[in-house]
Design a protein around this ligand. Structure first.
Ligand SMILES: [Zn+2]
Length: 242
C-alpha cells in the first residue's frame, strides 16, 4: 500500500493486491463487489482495509458508472450511491475510488477540512468529473488553489492504445491526454490530461505509482480482463480514533 498525508489530518492511500483473502483471479485484496468475486471474501478484505487505516471509522464506496455525478456523504452509505466522485467533510470517513487502469483522483483541502475521491477513466476525463468534483468541494468551503491532488496508478500511455476518433474526442477536452502508444499508434495519457485540468484550476498535483498494466501487484482490466479492483482512498483522520 502506498500512503501519505496532505497537511494536517488529510490522509491518502492506494491499495494493491497484497493482504487479502480472495482467490484467483481476484487474488488477494480485491475490494470490488461487482466483478464476480465471492462476496464474503470482499467483505473480509474491506474489513481488513478499514482496520489498516489510521484514524478511519468507515469507508464509503460508490457504484461507478463512468459519469460526472458527485455525491456528498456524511457517513458510509448502506447502498453505494451511483456516481464517480464522493466528497466529505466528516473526519474518519474514508472515501474510496475503485480502479483497475482508470485513475483514482484523491483531492484534499486540509484547511477547509474537505476531501474527495474520484474515479476517472477516459469517459471521466472527457466529461470533466474532476471539474465537477472541485465545484462540489467549493460549495463546502474548499478552494482549488489550496487543494492538493494525488493521482494514483493507472494505465500508462505506452500501454493505452485507443482508436484515433476516441483520442481526438478526449484530447478536445484534455489536450495533454493526446499520446502515442509503444506501437506508435494513437493512445491516451489519462493522468497527464487530468493533471493539466487540475493545474488549470490551481490545484497542486502529485502522481504516485506506475502503470497498472506493467505492475503485477496491481489489478489491470486491460491486462487480465476478469480481475479485481484496488482502491484510491482519502480521508480526514479522526484524532479521537487514534
Ligand atoms: Zn504501461
Amino acid at each position: 500500500m502506498l500512503a501519505g498525508s496532505v497537511g494536517g489530518l488529510a490522509r491518502w492511500a492506494v491499495t494493491d493486491r497484497h493482504g487479502g483473502v480472495s482467490e484467483p483471479p481476484y487474488d488477494r485484496l480485491n475490494l470490488a463487489e461487482h466483478v464476480g468475486d465471492d462476496p464474503p471474501a470482499v467483505a473480509a478484505n474491506r474489513a481488513r482495509l478499514l482496520a489498516a487505516l489510521e484514524g478511519a471509522r468507515g469507508v464509503a464506496f460508490m457504484r461507478q458508472v463512468h459519469g460526472r455525478a458527485v455525491t456528498v456523504v456524511a457517513a458510509a452509505p448502506g447502498e453505494p450511491p451511483e456516481c464517480d466522485a464522493l466528497v466529505t467533510a466528516t473526519p474518519g470517513l474514508v472515501l474510496a475510488a475503485l480502479v483497475a487502469d482508470c485513475v483514482p483522483v484523491l483531492l484534499a483541502d486540509p484547511d477547509a477540512g474537505v476531501v474527495a475521491a474520484a474515479h476517472a477513466g477516459r469517459e471521466g476525463v472527457r466529461l470533466g468529473v474532476v471539474d465537477a468534483t472541485l465545484e462540489v468541494m467549493a460549495a463546502l468551503g474548499a478552494r482549488a488553489t489550496r487543494t492538493r491532488a494525488v493521482l494514483g496508478p493507472a494505465v500508462c500511455p505506452a500501454c493505452y492504445e485507443v482508436p484515433q476518433p476516441l483520442r481526438t474526442q478526449v484530447a478536445a477536452v484534455a489536450p495533454a491526454a493526446h499520446a502515442v502508444s509503444r506501437w506508435g499508434t494513437p493512445a491516451l495519457d489519462l493522468r497527464a490530461g487530468l493533471a493539466a485540468r487540475l493545474a488549470g484550476h490551481g490545484v497542486e498535483v502529485t502522481a504516485v505509482g506506475g502503470c497498472t498494466v506493467e505492475t503485477p501487484q496491481l489489478y489491470s482490466f486491460r491486462r487480465d480482463g476478469v480481475t479485481g479492483r484496488f482502491a484510491g482512498l482519502v480521508w480526514l483522520a479522526d484524532g479521537r480514533a487514534a
